[in-house]
Design a protein around this ligand. Sequence first.
Ligand code: FE2
Length: 233
Amino acid sequence: MAITNDIIKNKYSESTVKIVKIFTDNEISLMRDLYEELPLTINNIEQKTLKKQWIQNYKKELDIVYHNRIMEVLNDFQMDNLKDKHGDDIYGLFQESFKPLPLHADTGFNLDNKTYKQLLTPLSGFGETIIFKNRWYGESTTFTVDEEELEFIPGTNKNKRSNKHIIKSKKFDQIIHKKFLNHIDINNLEGLEIDTIYKWKIGETLIFDRTHLHSSSSNLNNKKLGLVTFTKI
Ligand SMILES: [Fe+2]
């Protein structure tokens, strides 16, 4: 599939970043309980992140609530978080992070898919996520200006590396860098424009297009726990 076609089909579904309240405090608390129950999927030592897939049928009622509430805000969508061993959709990825995530885009690994929205539901109090206006239409990528890291060859379904997001003539704001993004080389932010600085709040869900470049903020109180769900249409 030519990249231009992918740009067109993904642009069709683009919209502004939204913050919605679709889960009750009790449902958030049930999601936290589910996180405790689920088996560990990934312990990414380099990123200092623990990941657990939301596998269906651990708490069937919660599965239904989660799916229906997303349906209310997105109208039509399909889950795009891999499948479990029975071929059923995984509903998302719980991520417990002890270190801020780098600059990336979660556009997926199949350019034939029409990627849609991603949802971030905070399950712990303090956290910040930075969404940039800039977009990416290739596969899921981590952005870097580090020459050595650019050489990295990812395995299947792992983020590629790229510096193609850089717009050389546009320096990034030094004050915002220092306040929110000091875990990222400021040269890696050249040409980027902030869309939203989202301060995590329990009870809210952040919804944004999967084509948006984004990263964690550098501000992290020991650790944070969030639920991320990827969708396609
Ligand atoms: Fe992400």
